[in-house]
Design a protein around this ligand. Structure first.
Ligand code: PRE
Length: 94
């Protein structure tokens, strides 16, 4: 009985992860698009102001008790996003 329940809940997690992965890919593709703009316009990769705005918005949207975890998640997402942008910036353009 318990195992069937656990299997079902894990299936639910798998379905959520599939959606998260698609959204993460979409976000990273958008970040790369921004990197191309920034490279062309000589805009720095890191924007502390923008990241703080997003963290604030996300915390408000999710509320307690998950806001702290959402901040952790989004800080990791920013790391990945900046890292991808920095890799793009470092690429030779010829
Ligand atoms: C993004 C990435 C790096 C910046 O530090 C701020 C935000 C993000 O992933 O949300 C996007 C971005 O490059 C930007 O908004 O300027």
């Amino acid at each position: 009985m318990t195992d069937i329940n656990l299997d079902q809940m894990r299936q639910d997690i798998d379905n959520i992860d599939e959606k998260l992965t698609d959204l993460f890919k979409e976000r990273m593709e958008k970040s790369l698009e921004i990197a191309k703009y920034k490279k062309g316009h000589k805009v720095p990769v890191f924007s502390d102001k923008r990241e703080k705005e997003i963290l604030h918005k996300v915390s408000e949207q999710i509320g307690e008790p998950f806001d702290g975890y959402a901040r952790l998640l989004f800080n990791t997402i920013f790391d990945a996003s900046r890292s991808c942008q920095n890799n793009y910036m470092a690429k030779r353009s010829d």
